[in-house]
Design a protein around this ligand. Structure first.
Ligand SMILES: Nc1nc2c(c(=O)[nH]1)N[C@H]1C(S)=C(S)[C@@H](COP(=O)(O)O)O[C@H]1N2
Ligand SMILES: [Mo]
Length: 579
């Protein structure tokens, strides 16, 4: 009793072990401090991902194929947010359980638990291909020490400050944990330990905030801020008077042969786009012909901050079954002959009617030119791209040489690639889903055999080959605001790279397929906009769309889910028309 209580008059200030609730509170706060430390380190060191992010990546990597296959998208934004939130929640809850153990007099369980946490965090961080191994382990272990230390300290503080009025006889009788007299004091203790835990929680949040503020601009962001893909038009010298002018009115259509005849090379993609008769201004609510970078869908396995690649250090290596393995720098690529291509990119996870699709002007170098320089050996029938974050995708070598655009892109819609879309360089292969081709933040192109390697999503249940299926989507009408007797557009987009779209039809209330008007498009690798005017009657209506590709194949009615090789079916919308 001597070190547990001091006698003051008729009562004893008695030390009571922290209650379970208090312990849980302490453990939760401890876990928060550990996680907060991870955020602080992420901000302080560019190559260290946050612990939460690292564990998210770990879990997503080891998610069994079946789970991933039937999940909505291969790591779209909402799935990532859910997983990250789940990890934070579970960490705090487990921290709470470990705190409870400490309060129940089993601090070793607490220590062991947090040590396991630290090992998991250290491992998750160390296995990230861009983080230093030793630093990662240190971060994990220090986080564990801080978490365990905070928990034990809070539990101890709660216990020591428990002021329990105990009558002398009760103490004399050996009542260590007096029940009835203890109640009011214990309530005070809980309040106080809540106060301490809140303090630790605030410290955790402060570390998160400090980490965020330390997180400076990456070299990639600095480069993007001060460099432009093309000199801005105002800095260009005035155009020299040419014998053939490309601005005469009859040259407005990109398909007129006179333009091509006047310029042997043909109009540039920029010129074609400027002259293109899109539906952008004609139909309210239709997807713009070119998807702006800000609005372009993003799919990848990167959690937290996307890979930040310093273009000054970066190299792309050509390896494997090639005669001349070589590497190329960002400057060297920029000095090459860059060309523009309008290519629609879609995710295999795109549901019928979904928005994991975009159309952009990609600027880059043909992959064939780069591979020829490496000298592809006979039998090397697979091209595998690998990113700085160790994501991979493979496709047949043939597609590089079959006439479609398969490019190493450094530009997207007249800008350098945004970091989210793969800065400094990525692959874009027309007609293939992103998961088998469109490697962002690429650092290696490896030539191998078809059997020699499976890209990231293949062992996770997605098809090895991913040719894009024909899809069409209704953008408008969206649902409400329609008035009977008032003409309204039915409009959207359709795509079938590299076959192109020949025809789009809509079917209203099963009354038969009606042809739609197509907007102009730059080539068959791009989507087309389509529309048709409709004057509805009052009531509920169902609209369906189907497209026919350049090979004359029409989308079928049968519904197929995205896994394992792309969704099929007619996009259908139902609308209510007011009388
Ligand atoms: N490094 C890397 N590249 C990647 C992915 C990835 O997870 N990591 N996902 C691919 C998938 S599944 C798609 S659909 C496209 C999406 O490209 P976007 O985000 O630029 O639209 O990127 C591809 N490239
Ligand atoms: Mo994808």
């Amino acid at each position: 009793m001597t070190d547990d209580g001091t006698t003051t008059g008729h009562t004893t200030l008695h030390r009571v072990p922290a209650s379970g609730t208090t312990g849980a509170l302490a453990g939760t706060a401890g876990a928060a401090v550990g996680l907060g430390f991870g955020e602080l380190m992420e901000g302080a060191f560019e190559s260290i991902p946050s612990l939460v992010v690292a564990v998210s990546e770990l879990l997503s990597d080891y998610t069994p194929g079946d789970v991933v296959r039937f999940s909505i998208a291969n790591f779209g934004a909402s799935q990532k947010t859910l997983l990250t939130a789940g990890i934070i929640f579970v960490s705090l809850a487990l921290g709470g359980a470990l705190g409870r153990s400490a309060a129940r007099g089993r601090p070793r369980v607490t220590l062991a638990g947090f040590a396991l946490f630290g090992l998991l965090g250290g491992w998750a961080t160390a296995r990230n291909p861009i983080s230093p191994a030793l630093g990662s382990w240190i971060v994990g272990l220090v986080a564990a020490v801080l978490a365990a230390g905070t928990t034990l300290l809070l539990v101890r503080l709660a216990g020591r400050r428990a002021v329990v009025a105990v009558s002398e006889p009760a103490v004399a009788a050996g009542a260590r944990h007096p029940e009835t007299p203890g109640r009011p004091a214990v309530t005070g203790t809980t309040r106080r330990s809540f106060f301490y835990a809140a303090g630790a929680g605030a410290a955790a949040l402060a570390m998160v905030g400090l980490g965020r503020s330390l997180r400076g601009q990456s070299a990639a962001e600095q480069f993007l801020e001060s460099n432009a893909l093309r000199p801005s038009p105002t800095t260009e010298p005035p155009a020299a008077p040419a014998s053939t002018t490309t601005t005469e009115p009859q040259a407005a259509s990109p398909t007129t042969t006179s333009t091509v005849a006047a310029q042997p090379a043909g109009p540039s993609v920029q010129e074609q786009l400027a002259a293109l008769d899109t539906l952008d201004d004609d139909v309210a609510g239709i997807s713009s012909y070119v998807t702006p970078n800000d609005g372009f869908y993003r799919i990848d396995t990167a959690f937290g901050r996307v890979p930040q690649v310093d273009p000054g250090d970066w190299k792309l290596r050509f390896t494997g079954m090639v005669d001349n393995p070589y590497e190329i720098t960002f400057d060297e690529i920029q000095a090459m002959d860059l060309s523009d291509h309008v290519i629609t990119l879609s995710c295999v996870s795109n549901e019928v009617g979904g928005n994991l699709v975009g159309n952009a002007v990609w600027t880059g170098v043909p992959l064939s030119v780069l591979l020829d320089r490496a000298g592809v050996q006979p039998g090397a029938d697979q091209v595998v791209g690998r990113s700085v974050d160790d994501w991979t995708a493979g496709f047949p070598t043939d597609v590089v040489y079959d006439g479609r655009n398969a490019i190493l892109a450094i530009g997207m819609n007249d800008e350098f690639l945004p970091t989210r879309h793969g800065f400094p360089a990525r692959l874009v292969v027309a007609g293939l889903y992103g998961y088998v081709s469109a490697v962002k933040w690429i650092e290696e192109i490896n030539l191998t055999t078809w059997e020699g390697f499976d890209g990231y999503w293949v062992p996770r249940g997605w098809s090895k080959e991913g040719p894009m299926k024909t899809q069409s989507r209704i953008d408008v009408p969206g649902g409400r605001g329609l008035v009977a007797g008032q003409a309204t557009p039915i409009a959207g987009i359709a795509w079938a790279p590299t076959r192109g779209i020949e025809r789009v039809e809509v079917n209203i209330d099963d009354e038969g397929w009606l042809p739609c008007t197509l907007g102009e498009a730059v080539g068959d690798e791009s989507w087309v906009q389509w529309h048709r005017t409709w004057t509805p009657t009052a009531g509920r209506h169902r609209i369906q769309v189907r497209a026919t590709d350049g090979d004359g194949m029409t989308q079928g009615e049968r519904e197929v889910p995205p896994a394992p090789n792309g969704a099929e079916g007619w996009h259908t919308v139902s609308v209510n028309v007011d009388g």
